[in-house]
Design a protein around this ligand. Sequence first.
Ligand code: HEC
Length: 112
Amino acid sequence: MRTVSHIVRLGVAVSAIATGALLAPTAAAESTFDVTVLAATCANCHGPDGRSPASIPTIAGRPESILLEQLRAFQSDTPPAGTTIMGRLTQGLTDDELVALARHFSQINAQP
Ligand code: HEC
């Protein structure tokens, strides 16, 4: 049943992105979360497992501290100049979720 509930929650996150609401507040409101579900919402842009095939930066294998710093900067009231979507995307996430995402992607090898 675990798998089924993950699919349902991912469905909520994906449809929230599709409607422009971006990353489900539902996920942020939960006291426990599965980082792989959150991380899956990054794949559309950053590629499977954070290995980007295109111009959006690869986030796999980057140092955890740098990823976390970037995510917190995006979420701040003054996101880095020239950035587009990440400010809005990170609004729906708690700091615990940013920490977990930074750790998750730092542990993935950038080369498959
Ligand atoms: C809709 C596309 C999209 C999604 C979904 C997305 N990102 Fe991004 N991400 C970007 C873009 C575009 C940039 C470049 C900065 C900007 O324009 O906001 C970026 C930049 C980043 C960076 C900085 C990388 C660098 O080297 O500058 C990190 C870290 C990051 N994203 C993490 C994530 C995480 C974690 C998720 C999932 C929770 C995620 N992103 C979901 C589009 C996306």
